[in-house]
Design a binder for this molecule. Structure first.
Ligand SMILES: NC(=O)c1ccc[n+]([C@@H]2O[C@H](COP(=O)([O-])OP(=O)(O)OC[C@H]3O[C@@H](n4cnc5c(N)ncnc54)[C@H](O)[C@@H]3O)[C@@H](O)[C@H]2O)c1
Length: 433
């Protein structure tokens, strides 16, 4: 008699007796592990980093959105543990892969982490396992890269094991939406793969959205982030346009935003950062290049967003010029270096470009960021200075790059000799008339 692995997994999901594995315990993997454990599952996390594994086993969180007390409770109760031993990937009934998907130096997808994680799973796969890829990637990764590697085991997808793509939408630092209450899209290689994945996630995620294939699910994520990149690019271009026309772009945006339909507000700034918006659209652009199609919106938005640090550095040059100062030898205080408000993530932050450009021009750069006490990136090595009237006054120009909520911008505006505000936090938004 053949075993019905689908029925087994559905039952294990219902009774929460499934053991779940998470590969990659970073910004995505750890919050997912915590939600699954709080829903009643036992979770084992896998990571290559001994430091991350030791921290988690010691009940200490390295991810800002997960308070240590929340994690410690689950570790103490035996609901979450972590290991670097990838041979133990045989144990879990469901495995979610949450490893990085960066770009290479030539801005092509670097799929090596997904390949390595897939190889680890393929080495230990057994009948009755569900494998779910969560890393953002190009359409086709699940079916073309993972499926053949897993089927080398001789097991058949949809009956012996289950394979799906379910993109991660977590927005670090978002006080309203988290892993649990953000709807989650699932696309299985077969209908049974979708059913099993939805059943496993159902106890931990409030809303699940089924799509018909992993390719559709992969594209959902790329559409979402391309949409953001393109609209940020558009509004950044509008900021340049307004500047040239002598019009206040914020006034224009706020007034446009009074339209109750057909407009969605995006705000200009120093460029885009993080592990998603600057990178993900390039996964799609790359895939389409292999099919001889050029995704023009993606490239243009990427270009405009990447040019914004230079645009703002020119504003610093102009502000110093107004005070009879050259950049060379001037002290510039950068306020906020994280890639967005109220988080401690520096990845791809436009602040790094702003700092590099200013240093290259001979400025003495200081920075303040309450979330990032030290900054060591390529050629940049700095320590955060306190944000006080003294440090603000000591700078020839202050440039606000990240609009962290709790900073005293009124003091900055009062004390700064010259000020460049890439986020419009000082002027405040004009009320709509
Ligand atoms: N950070 C976000 O806000 C966010 C949001 C949505 C989607 N994503 C996507 O989720 C994926 C993960 O991103 P992240 O921000 O959590 O990355 P991260 O760098 O915070 O964490 C990844 C973890 O995976 C580990 N790892 C790498 N290779 C491994 C392997 N072969 N086996 C086991 N562990 C391995 C690393 O040591 C690290 O701890 C990416 O594809 C990203 O694009 C991220």
């Amino acid at each position: 008699m053949t075993t019905n692995y689908e029925a087994q997994l559905l039952e294990k999901a219902k009774s929460r007796t499934a053991l779940l594995g998470i590969v990659g315990l970073g910004y995505v993997g750890l919050p997912l592990a915590v939600e699954l454990a709080e829903a009643g599952y036992r979770v084992v996390g896998f990571d290559l980093s001994q430091r991350v594994v030791d921290l988690i086993n010691g009940g200490r969180s390295h991810i800002q959105d997960i308070p240590t007390e929340r994690l410690a409770k689950l570790v103490k109760a035996g609901r979450i543990s972590a290991t670097t031993d990838l041979a133990r990937l045989r144990e879990p009934d469901g495995v979610a892969i949450c490893v990085p998907t960066p770009l290479s130096k030539t801005r092509d997808p670097d799929i090596s982490f997904v390949s390595a994680a897939t190889d680890s799973v393929a080495r230990t796969i057994r009948p009755g396992q569900a494998i779910i890829l969560q890393s953002t990637t190009y359409p086709g990764t699940t079916r073309e890269l993972m499926l053949p590697a897993l089927e080398k085991s001789g097991l058949k997808v949809g009956t012996d094991f289950f394979l799906a793509f379910s993109p991660e939408r977590v927005d670090p630092g978002n006080p309203k939406y988290n892993t649990r209450n953000t709807p989650k899209v699932v696309g299985g290689v077969t209908p049974a793969c979708t059913r099993v994945t939805m059943a496993l996630y159902q106890p931990a995620i409030e809303t699940l959205v089924e799509v018909s294939s992993p390719e559709a699910a992969e594209l959902v994520k790329l559409l979402e982030n391309t949409f953001r990149s393109v609209n940020i690019g558009l509004v950044n271009e509008m900021a340049i346009v307004c500047d040239k026309l002598g019009v206040d772009v914020w006034e224009v945006i706020e007034a446009a935003n009074t339209k109750p339909f057909g407009f969605m507000k995006f705000t200009p700034g120093p460029g885009v950062g993080g592990h998603c918006i600057p990178l993900d659209p390039h996964y799609l652009a790359w895939k389409m290049r292999t099919l001889n199609y050029r995704t023009r919106f993606i490239e243009l938005a990427g270009e405009i967003n990447a040019e914004m640090p230079e645009y703002w550095v020119e504003k610093v040059v102009a502000a110093l010029n107004d005070h009879q100062r050259s950049v060379r030898g001037s002290t510039v205080l950068v306020v906020g270096v994280a890639y967005k408000r109220d988080i401690d993530d520096l990845r791809e932050s436009p602040a790094l470009d702003v700092i590099r450009l200013l240093e290259r021009m001979g400025a003495v750069v200081r920075y303040h960021d309450p979330y990032i006490p030290e900054l060591h990136e390529d050629s940049v090595a700095l320590t955060s200075v306190p944000l006080t009237p003294e440090t603000v006054r000591a700078a020839d120009c202050v440039v606000i790059v990240t609009d962290h909520s709790k900073l005293d911008y009124a003091m900055v505006a009062r004390e700064a000799k010259a000020l460049v505000d890439t986020r419009h936090v000082v002027a405040g938004r004009r009320p709509a008339r």
